[in-house]
Design a protein around this ligand. Structure first.
Ligand code: GTP
Ligand code: MG
Length: 370
């Protein structure tokens, strides 16, 4: 149910909190300024104090912000967004590094590559692929819990000398729950004790049927260390993404998700955002969670300035007034007033939830003591 604190109600009417409390007292209810009242009571109070009430539901404030349908003929192919998962020490980071180096132009090799948590590489056929470097499964779960579906394909890294381990199984479950296809990368095949066949058999026990066993799950034997078969892995990603037929409308206002965000000493809040639909431009007014801003600069994964960012493109955004959170969805809005309306609304919601939770805790404590 919709609720509001007495303080907030008073603020919005530019009335004094005590006057609201007094009015409620007249109706027989005893309240403190921090108490939460329901929307109907709030409306009565407001009307009693001579205000015109316009009730705005969350669905109204956020109306049209996300997921407005696109015309079929406006859709264009977009690059796949890939997340690498697997058990600890199975070589996720090494594989990412190897893939990235294989694609970084010679002059940049060994240079400083800025870590932005997401980057794009080019497959042998010239097609771009976006990789998201999730810090761990917890972050992936948190994002999914918040409704942020960012990844199209999961690369499951399994070390050939170690086999399927607890976090391998966890990753399989994550991918299944998110309905995202897996590509198995059997890593460390350069090792003398590598047993890729054993990995396939173990995966079968967890309902991952690789092609070798007549299943549909693509698999590639790789070595991150020796840079073996990395092209094959990229080809498998491209093949899988063709099957998925990934599309988005680039000609609309941008929507995306915050991958990570931090407060930079010199540059202020910096958010790495994956654009998922539309194209983001410098000057756009954006909202993310309870933060908003005007895009001041867009930087790609190599730190180069770009004028705009289309679907599946990861960019660093400068210009937020505060630091948004990983998993926050990003949308472009038409005006600063609209951005303020949305973010202030969300901030109120957040505060009211906190107050409500605080109230709940006190109640249970009283219950325990009585
Ligand atoms: P966490 O981030 O801790 O979960 O590990 P990770 O999965 O990112 O593994 P990481 O890339 O850090 O590799 C773990 C160890 O395995 C390192 O010592 C790597 O050098 C080694 N390693 C990774 N890939 C290969 C490979 O293909 N062959 C061999 N021989 N060693 C590898
Ligand atoms: Mg790692």
């Amino acid at each position: 149910p919709e609720t509001i604190t007495i303080q907030e109600l008073a603020n919005r009417m530019s009335e004094r909190g005590v006057d609201v409390i007094r009015l409620l007292m007249k109706q027989g209810a005893l309240h403190k300024i921090t108490d939460v009242i329901d929307a109907d009571t709030a409306q009565l109070v407001a009307e009693e104090l001579g205000h015109t009430v316009k009730r705005v539901a969350e669905s109204d404030v956020e109306e049209g912000l996300f997921d407005m349908p696109d015309a079929e003929d406006a859709l264009e192919s977009r690059p796949p967004v890939v997340t690498i998962m697997g058990h600890v020490d199975h070589g996720k980071t090494s594989l990412l590094d190897a893939i990235r180096q294989a694609n970084v132009v010679a002059g940049e090799a060994g240079g400083i590559t800025q870590h932005i948590g997401a980057y794009q590489v080019t497959a042998p056929n010239g097609a771009p692929i976006t990789f998201i470097d999730t810090p761990g499964h917890a972050a992936f779960t948190a994002m999914r819990a918040r409704g942020a579906k960012v990844t199209d394909i999961v690369i499951l890294v399994v070390a050939a000398d170690d086999g399927v381990m607890p976090q391998t199984i966890e990753a399989i479950h994550h991918a299944k729950a998110a309905e995202v296809p897996l590509i198995v990368a059997i890593n460390k095949i350069d090792k003398p004790d590598a047993k890729p066949e054993r990995v396939r058999t173990e995966l079968l026990q967890h309902e991952v049927q690789t092609e070798t066993f007549g299943g549909e799950t693509l698999e590639v034997e790789v070595s991150a260390k020796e840079k073996l078969n990395l092209d094959k892995l990229l080809d498998a990603i491209i093949l899988q993404s063709e099957v998925l037929d990934l599309k988005a409308n680039p000609e609309r206002s941008a929507e995306g998700t915050v991958i990570e965000a931090r407060l930079d000493k010199g540059r202020g809040p910096v958010a790495t955002v994956l654009v998922q639909r539309g194209t983001l431009h410098i000057g756009d007014i954006i909202v993310a969670g309870s933060q908003w801003g005007r895009v001041r600069a867009l930087l790609d994964d190599k730190g180069a300035v770009c004028p705009s960012a289309g679907p599946s493109f990861p960019v660093e955004i400068l210009g937020f007034s505060g630091t948004p959170e990983a998993g926050d969805r990003v949308a472009v809005v038409e005006s600063e007033a609209r951005a303020r309306e949305i973010t202030e609304y969300r901030e109120r919601q957040r505060r009211e939830k906190l107050v409500a939770r605080g109230g709940g805790a006190r109640t249970s404590l009283t219950d325990m003591m009585s």
